[in-house]
Write a protein that binds this ligand. Structure first.
Ligand code: FAD
Length: 455
């Protein structure tokens, strides 16, 4: 058994949450170790290069929704922040086998075939509709009440599939979309709230959160690799198996093994950033009944099929991507156009597409063979984007625990996390089991935590 030196903080998980936390703790003078079971840093963020294509196997894009994310790039300047091309702003929605752009102006709003005439008029009354009183109302109920069913079916449902791979009948806005929920609760209406928010004075720091779509130049992994490099490989233990945490003297003892050795490190504080299914084995000293509300967290399963065309021969891809509402009864949730959004993702006249499937709508699709999934992805691209040739690049990636679903079980889970943290001071349960699902949420959680642990 190899007894490592004592650290200030041990972090389990080298995804963007763990890396960001370690980076800022180290910057504040703390000694940290990150432990991860996989053989790479970045967690689900992975970028590959092949035959003139640069593609992501996990997340493709994020939103600059808080200054912390921009500052992470500024503090790791070898990774260059890339924002989306302006001509990829349009979002398409499939209706009757044809992609239509989501309207942005008044004329588009009146003429779009996506929403019913009744709901187009109904939306004009949204600012005067009474706010809801049930904090556990589902997203579907909230949208139907304020905007009408066709907005639920042809705007919110496909967007929720695109972001959450989720079901609007299950997600609770208070937990899953707190900003939207607060617009109604604070300002009485989405429209009035959005207008008021725009008018609110902003500091220079607030203005960094431009809400633009982002990646890192040449792929998101450049960000996580750079952060990891700045932390130092000597502070990151990869390929760590059977990691367990135990209370020890006035702190914790974390043990793990590699192919050849067993390691132990002691620390005053331990932070887990792993997904819910890993929690139970990490914390063997806590009764299963106590961790159960955490381990019960449901994750949407997601399949991503990446298709690369050296010469794109199909509909012009001058958009961010196309989303597919449930009512269209297809297995595919949406198609993202990374080569339209970012530079260098495909050869000059080519196209790179990411086809997403599964989610809470079709969880079983993950069990299908690669061949079946590729056929489904290619057929959908042919039918909806009029592709006339075969892709030269085709890969399938599966995630059994892709996106956590913040449903009505959220309060019990948060209570369980908080009571464990109170009972064992210095043990912190972070990661996507709370505080948001997107990369920006993960970075913000890590930055807030680093401040708390160094104050
Ligand atoms: C397919 C997909 C698409 C996505 N699309 C988007 C998007 O478009 N925009 C967006 O903002 N976000 C998106 N996300 C979400 C975003 O990628 C995640 O929120 C974020 O990357 C999670 O980072 P994390 O560090 O919290 O967790 P992870 O990246 O999951 O990292 C957790 C780490 O913990 C390690 N680990 C787990 N168990 C153990 C254990 N027992 N011992 C040791 N190590 C362990 C894992 O190996 C992993 O490295 C997507 C996610 C997926 C999967």
């Amino acid at each position: 058994m190899k007894e490592n030196e004592t650290k200030d903080v041990v972090i389990i998980g080298a995804g963007i949450t763990g890396l960001t936390l370690a980076f800022y703790l180290q910057k504040a003078g703390k000694k940290v170790t990150i432990i991860d079971q996989s053989d790479h840093v970045g967690g689900v963020i992975q970028t590959k290069q092949e035959n003139g294509f640069i593609y992501e196997t996990g997340p493709n894009t994020g939103v600059l929704s808080n200054p912390e994310l921009v500052e992470l790039f500024e503090d790791n300047s070898e990774a260059e922040l890339e924002t989306a091309n302006s001509d990829s702003k349009n979002r398409w929605i499939l209706k009757n086998n044809h992609f239509h752009a989501i309207p942005s102006g008044l004329i588009g709003g009146i003429t779009t075939p996506l929403f019913s005439l009744k709901d187009k008029f109904r939306i004009l009354g949204e600012p005067w509709r009474k706010p809801g009183t049930n904090p556990h109302e589902t997203l579907a109920q909230l949208v139907k009440r304020r905007m009408g069913k066709s907005f639920l079916d042809y705007a919110v449902d496909p967007f929720i599939s695109g972001i959450y791979a989720g079901d609007p009948n299950k997600l609770i806005p208070k937990y899953a979309l707190p900003k939207l929920y607060n617009l109604e609760q604070t300002y009485g209406s989405f429209i009035r709230g959005a207008i008021q928010k725009k008018k609110e004075p902003k500091t220079d720091r607030d203005r960094k959160a431009t809400k633009e779509v982002f990646s890192a130049f040449n792929g998101l992994q450049h960000l996580t690799d750079t952060v990891a490099k700045n932390i130092g490989s000597e502070n990151i233990q990869l390929g760590a198996h059977n990691t367990t945490i135990e209370p020890h003297e006035s702190g914790f003892k974390t043990s793990w093994s590699t192919e050849t050795e067993t390691f132990v490190v002691t620390s005053k504080k331990v932070v887990t950033t792993v997904p819910a299914p890993s929690i139970e084995k990490l914390l063997p000293f806590i009764d299963k009944n106590i961790t159960q509300p955490i381990t019960d967290l449901t994750y949407a399963k997601v399949v991503q099929v990446v298709l690369g065309f050296k010469n794109w021969d199909g509909r012009e891809l001058n958009a961010f991507g196309g989303l597919i509402p449930k009512l269209e009864q297809r297995k595919v949730l949406g198609i993202l156009f990374p080569s339209s959004i970012f530079k260098n993702r495909a050869p000059e006249s080519g196209a790179l597409l990411s086809v997403f499937m599964g989610g809470m709508r079709h969880p079983d699709i993950i069990e299908q063979s690669d061949e079946q999934l590729l056929t489904l992805a290619k057929n959908t691209v042919t039918e909806t984007l009029k592709a006339r040739n075969e892709p030269e690049l085709a890969h399938v990636f599966r995630y059994k625990h892709a996106i956590p679903q913040y449903t009505e079980t959220t309060p019990e889970r948060i209570n369980a996390i908080e009571s464990i943290e109170q009972q064992y001071p210095g043990l912190i349960l972070a990661g996507n089991i709370r505080d948001g699902i997107g990369m920006a949420d993960r970075v913000k959680q890590a930055v807030d935590l680093s401040k708390k642990l160094t104050s």
